[in-house]
Ligand binder design. Structure first.
Ligand SMILES: Cc1ncc(COP(=O)(O)O)c(C=O)c1O
Length: 493
């Protein structure tokens, strides 16, 4: 092997890999752990001196690697807020890898980057003036949004934080961000990375349905203003990770405005929930957002690695994230009115709107989903998933051995088994979840809601059917009964 890349064999290789992936998706291969010894022995070798060649690599991929992948695509996988991608976006992603390895220059891919962002904003009910930029996930998307918030808020105080740094003020300017205690922890990390400090995030109490408590928010804002602290941003979550709660967007947005703070909406998971007309009123106030994020790699079924940040004015992003000019980029391209070949221009300069320079063309993937399904198809998916959570909740209500830990709003249903046989329902349910994951095809994750352990299926998996939801519910009751019967003979830990 001499290090040259092959051309002309993609079709043959992809048909072999496509067949292996189709087989993988049938989910008849069992869990990779059961064959751990085999695949780790086959793979754990020293760096080869001589390569085996493309054909052999494709064969190893098909035989040893793919069948031992993760179970995220199985219909019963409902852990965290993640699932396997849809088929069309997975293929679109591969197409971009080959035909547009970067998102820049005047190509169909650069155009689809912008078009799909506009479609996505429209799909999620964001105001028409909001413009976006893709990044790798909700963590970075929140960071980019809060970078814009930092830029805007400190510019009001005469500081350019991106250019001059936070230490450029003659006197220290303490700032605070406000998010509910149920907000995603990436908000804290973003505050840390942006130099605002994780401790500048105020964890505002939630009400009995895990939503941001507006009275507590108003009080925290007033206390900080009285103490000379600048309220930099109010962050509301549209679809919390734990329970799917939607914060009161209008109230939070109005309080942000009143205090001159930026209003950010983290809709990484739940923003597409606006498509379910039954829930649409809960999203009122989204039009007040200065920034919002949504992760197509969550509910829309894109392959992992795609989130979008939208802001009301992308020039703020430019000021917050510009790299300044560089010899290797500036001057390499023609003026916009002298574009003759695709490489004459960068196209939309996304590198200046976020933290990535090199980045894949992600827009084509989102475009493929929206072209394939249309608004109606996405809406049906969202409604179906929300219905799964509602159906499960109704079964829980009908059973004297199950209880709801949080009423579903979107597609998350937090429940647990209950019995008089033990006072320690947290331990019992933790043991139940371990058995469920080991013994059945159902893979929810867990959470703690107001101090109570819950089994937490999150239905965003487009391969799930109602029969899986019912079988999961039956399995929870069966395993719970078995555990309850074995108390106190067996340890629950
Ligand atoms: C509400 C919310 N925000 C942010 C994130 C972080 O997203 P990512 O895992 O894509 O970085 C998540 C992840 O589940 C989330 O649920």
């Amino acid at each position: 092997m001499d290090g040259r890349a092959e051309t002309g064999n993609l079709g043959a290789y992809l048909s072999r890999i496509g067949a292996a992936l189709d087989e993988f998706l049938l989910a008849e291969h069992g869990d990779a752990m059961t064959r751990h010894a085999d695949w780790s022995m086959a793979l754990d070798r020293p760096l080869p001196v001589e390569g085996v060649g493309g054909e052999a690599v494709i064969e190893e991929l098909a035989r040893t690697v793919i069948p031992n992948g993760t179970r995220l695509s199985e219909p019963g996988f409902w852990g965290w807020v993640t699932a396997g991608p849809g088929t069309i976006p997975a293929v679109a992603s591969l197409a971009a890898t080959v035909a547009s390895p970067q998102r820049y220059t005047i190509t169909a891919f650069n155009r689809l980057e912008e078009l799909s962002l506009d479609w996505l904003a429209d799909l999620c009910g964001l105001p028409g003036h909001m413009k976006g930029v893709y990044s790798s996930g909700g963590s970075v998307a929140n960071l980019v949004a809060l970078g814009a918030a930092r830029q805007w808020a400190l510019e009001q105080a005469g500081i350019d934080p991106a250019a001059d740094g936070l230490g450029s003020t003659p006197v220290a300017l303490p700032v605070a961000l406000y998010a509910s205690e149920e907000a995603h922890h990436t908000v804290q990390r973003a505050a840390g990375v942006l130099g605002l400090g994780r401790r500048s995030v105020r964890h505002i109490a939630t009400d009995d349905r895990q939503r941001l408590d507006l009275t507590a928010l108003a009080q925290a804002l007033a206390d900080d203003v009285a103490a000379g602290i600048l309220p930099l941003a109010v962050i509301a979550t549209a679809g919390t990770t734990n329970t799917g709660a939607i914060d009161p967007l209008r109230g939070a947005g109005e309080l942000a405005r009143e205090h001159g703070a930026w209003f950010h909406v983290d809709g990484a998971y739940g923003l597409p929930g606006i498509l379910d007309q039954r829930l649409e009123p809960l999203y009122r106030g989204i039009e007040l957002a200065d920034s919002a994020i949504v992760d197509p790699h969550k509910w829309l079924g894109a392959p992992v690695g795609i989130a979008a940040t939208f802001v009301r004015d992308r020039s703020i992003l430019h000021r917050a994230f510009t790299q300044e000019s560089s010899a290797y980029l500036e001057g390499a391209f023609a003026e916009p009115d002298d574009v003759r070949v695709s490489l004459d221009s960068m196209g939309v300069p996304y590198a200046d709107f976020g933290v990535e320079l090199s980045a894949p063309a992600r827009g084509v993937v989102v475009w493929s989903i929206l072209r394939e399904l249309g608004r109606r198809g996405v809406r049906e998916r969202i409604r179906r998933d929300n219905d799964f959570a509602r159906h499960l909740a109704s079964r829980v209500r009908l059973s004297n051995r199950l209880e709801l830990v949080a009423e579903p709003v979107l597609s998350i249903c937090c429940l647990r088994y209950r019995t008089e046989a033990t006072d320690d329902l947290d331990a019992l349910n933790a043991a139940l979840l371990r058995r469920l994951v080991a013994e059945t095809p159902y893979l929810p994750s867990s959470t703690v809601v107001k101090g109570r352990f819950a089994i937490r299926p999150c239905f965003i998996n487009a391969r799930t059917e109602l029969e899986h939801v019912d079988a999961f519910c039956d399995a929870v009751i069966r395993i719970g009964d078995e555990l309850a019967l074995s108390i106190p003979a067996a340890s629950l830990t």
